[in-house]
Design a protein around this ligand. Structure first.
Ligand SMILES: [Zn+2]
Length: 304
């Protein structure tokens, strides 16, 4: 009986444990958050994410549908089966050890992970997106750090406290490590794709995953040089990607050349930076009940 209890406890723990992974919170700055501009460490500010410019009526239902779809696509970008993609059978059933949830800057993530960072999505100035390089993890898997200097800023944490960052300083938990500018990204959308949730999702998920890739130490991939695509998909980290590729799902690539002309393998580098975990199916509550019901029956049977 003790063995059975041990078994059930360990199985249950395995199911319940939210892993020790890092979580990235996607903060879509919605109208109810007002026009408050929030600033990340680079001094980038952001305002409301306006889904009307993407062809959707600004309703709560549309907003939820679109942002959840984007969340699922970003997860898919990172939670692929490494064994299948790399051909290394030892990695079958393994994925990168990182989680994503929708949430708000300054609020702990809903999945209970204790280490988390924020990507904010909304109206802003500048590029399609920005990220603080290696702010979540360095290429060797060590803790992220701030590579800029105190002249960039004034930097703030989500709570609004002024913090001066110097080269090599640790990045505080909960920090905003990337901004994605929906207001600029819209120019990559074909007019015929307005209101097309799949196309709009690809536009955002590819850009968000690109910026998170930078925060995990990845440099740009030189699209003009040979690189090993996965399933024929465009590269998430590419620079110079043709506009039409932004309409489709993109993927991290295997071997290629980075923007400095050095050999790179983004998928290998992400494995080193993040580590891996098992791909597990989270059981529905009903199947958990079945497990316990089954145990009860089994225990009764054993007692006879
Ligand atoms: Zn980039």
């Amino acid at each position: 009986m003790k063995k059975i209890i041990t078994y059930v406890v360990s199985v249950t723990m395995g199911i319940m444990a939210s892993s020790e992974a890092v979580t990235v919170v996607l903060d879509f700055n919605d109208p109810t958050q007002g026009t408050t501009e929030r600033t990340n460490k680079r001094g980038d500010t952001i305002d409301t994410f306006d889904i009307r410019s993407y062809g959707f009526d600004d309703t709560a239902a549309n907003r939820t549908a679109l942002t959840n779809r984007i969340l699922e696509e970003v997860k898919a970008d990172f939670h692929f089966d490494i064994g299948q993609v790399t051909g290394n059978s030892a990695m079958n059933g393994k994925r990168l050890d990182i989680n994503f949830v929708i949430g708000d800057a300054g609020v702990a993530p809903s999945n209970g992970d204790s280490e988390y960072y924020v990507v904010q999505i909304g109206t802003g100035d500048g590029a399609f997106g920005v990220a603080v390089d290696s702010s979540i993890r360095r290429a060797d898997g060590s803790a992220g750090y701030y590579q800029g200097d105190s002249s960039v800023g004034p930097p703030t944490t989500p709570g609004g406290d002024l913090v001066v960052f110097n080269h090599g300083d640790a990045v505080p938990n909960g920090a905003i490590v990337s901004s994605v500018y929906a207001s600029n990204l819209v120019i990559q959308l074909y007019s015929t794709d307005r209101g097309d949730i799949e196309r709009v999702t690809n536009l955002f998920s590819g850009t968000i995953s690109h910026e998170v890739g930078h925060a995990l130490s990845l440099k740009h991939l030189d699209f003009s040089k040979a690189h090993t695509k996965v399933n024929g998909k465009g590269s998430i980290m590419a620079t110079g990607l043709p506009r039409f590729e932004w309409r489709y799902d993109r993927h991290f690539t295997l071997a290629g050349t980075d923007e400095d002309g050095d050999a790179t393998n983004p998928i290998d580098q992400l494995q080193t930076a993040l580590g891996v975990t098992n791909i597990t199916q989270v059981p529905e509550p009903s199947s958990l009940l079945c497990l316990f019901a089954g145990l009860g029956i089994f225990t009764l049977y054993r007692k006879r």
